[in-house]
Design a binder for this molecule. Structure first.
Ligand code: FE2
Length: 490
């Protein structure tokens, strides 16, 4: 028996405390694994005669219309479309009022073969010299078959420009894919950051590969003709099919989905950067050489130096293969790129890295593993305030279905994970703050499931912001004579 009540109370408290501490140790993780697993529809592709793939009426009517940013800063748009019966016109008519097209731009037309498939006539047209933050109307095609669309240019590159991005990955062409597109279109997103694996046409053989690339172009037109999709390539774009004699990687993808790579001094359309509103977006290729001294490595080294956080506070990287992911599916496939690029992500304080590939959703804490090397054994990721948040959004809804098996226990670096279909939005409010949502497709509704406020790595932390602002002001004051009293207040 305890000698007195006081000692007994202290012992009881100690017992309770150890119980609480042990229960934390047992859980092994601070993150959440959602039990919600759902497949709304079977993971099969929509039949080709479905209205989702409808061919526009009229002789040689343009189809598969889609746009992407055409320059570094958002004053140009690359417009692409396909005509089937004949090459037709290369001209885009455009202007700032509906049905009144004051300007024209002339593009190129090409086609390609893939085994015994011959593509339609693929048109690409750069429309540049646009005004910022302006709605443009445009028309492609000839005569009665011409089709009209519109888009909004982004605000001028400015540190406080608000902007809303959507993030979609691994989309494919199933009913789940369609659900993701429809939900995204209701999200108010202004531009899509697409993290690779577009059509899944490589799940088909022979002639059908090209047919399914065409079908996918018609499926996404409802969104992609009206605002830019910024493309990153995935493994399903490689289309390496030696049994058909097709061995040129990314052949169909590169013919159909151009990128403004030269504007960011890249020499390859698979990796490049664009600046849009207050964001600097870096697109990487998981399936192109990236080790030291390769063209992608050298380009990224230089591009990080070109980032100016005073102009574009938000630094976003998109790629296909996630660097941090705790799903059994594709586990560790991003490790080789992590070893090469992670130290730069931390050094340059990237805000967020979006990836796809794994058909589930996952978000990490800010962590890094840059102290590891093959001889020190220091192998665990640690909390790191300078590191990006890593988000995997490979849950667009393709025919391969969900990746439902997460590793157990959930690693400490994993904050939230769920095997469902959906898309994300990143709504930049100003230079310091952005609101992030992951939206699950559920019963035909868009359900915000994981959300948090992203504080900018350069401007977001109050103390750091004050210091930066003070230094900035001091630079200004050194150039402009001011009363001593004002100087002292700084
Ligand atoms: Fe993939």
């Amino acid at each position: 028996m305890w000698k007195d009540k006081g000692t007994g109370f202290v012992l009881l408290l100690l017992q309770l405390l150890s119980f609480v501490l042990l229960s934390f140790v047992d859980s092994g993780s601070a993150g959440v694994t959602s039990k919600f697993v759902r497949s709304e529809w079977p993971s099969t592709d929509i039949p080709l005669d479905n209205e989702a793939f409808v061919v526009p009426k009229g002789y040689n009517a343009p189809q598969q219309v889609h746009i992407t940013q055409g320059d570094y800063d958002g004053k140009a748009v690359l417009i692409s479309w396909v005509t089937v019966e004949a090459p037709g016109s290369n001209i885009v008519q455009y202007g700032t009022s509906e049905n009144k097209y004051e300007f024209t731009a002339s593009g190129t037309v090409t086609n390609y073969t893939f085994y015994n498939y011959t593509s339609g006539y693929i048109h690409h047209c750069l429309v540049d010299g646009l005004k910022y933050d302006t709605k443009y109307f445009y028309k492609v095609g000839d005569g009665d078959s011409a089709r009209a669309f519109s888009f909004q240019t982004p605000p001028e590159v400015d540190p406080n420009a608000p902007y809303k991005f959507g993030i979609i990955g691994d989309l494919g062409q199933t009913y789940n894919s369609l659900s993701t597109i429809e939900h995204y279109m209701r999200s108010g997103g202004q531009t899509v950051l697409f993290v690779g694996d577009l059509s899944y046409a490589d799940r088909y053989q022979y002639h059908d590969v090209g047919v399914r690339w065409d079908a996918w172009g018609r499926l996404i037109e409802q969104s992609a003709a009206y605002h830019p999709w910024i493309w990153a390539a995935g493994n399903h774009e490689i289309d390496y099919m030696p049994y058909m004699g097709e061995v040129i990687p990314f052949k169909s993808y590169l013919q159909r989905y151009p990128t403004p790579y030269a504007a960011s001094k890249s020499t390859n359309p698979l990796w490049y950067a664009v600046r849009r509103a207050s964001a600097h977006i870096i697109v990487l290729s998981s399936y192109s050489p990236f080790v030291k001294y390769t063209p992608q490595w050298m380009w990224l080294r230089d591009e990080f130096e070109r980032v100016d956080r005073k102009k574009t506070p938000w630094l976003i990287v998109i790629m296909h293969v996630p660097i941090y992911n705790s799903n059994e599916g594709h586990f560790m496939e991003g490790e080789s790129m992590r070893a090469v690029f992670e130290s730069w992500f931390v050094h340059y304080k990237v805000d967020v890295v979006f990836a796809g590939h794994v058909h589930a959703y996952e978000r990490s804490y800010r962590i890094s593993n840059i102290h590891y090397n093959v001889s020190n054994g220091d192998r665990y990721p640690v909390a790191d305030n300078s590191a990006p948040v890593y988000i995997t959004v490979g849950d667009g809804g393709n025919q391969e279905g969900l990746a439902g098996r997460f590793r157990d226990p959930q690693p400490d670096y994993s904050a939230f994970r769920e095997a469902s279909y959906g898309h994300s939005t990143l709504e930049i409010k100003n230079r310091a703050r952005a609101v992030y949502h992951w939206n699950r497709n559920d019963d035909g509704k868009r359900v915000p499931t994981d959300s948090f406020t992203l504080h900018n790595q350069y401007w977001g932390r109050t103390k750091r912001r004050r210091k930066l602002e003070k230094n900035h002001l001091r630079t200004v004051i050194e150039q402009v004579p001011l009363a001593d009293g004002f100087r002292k207040r700084l």
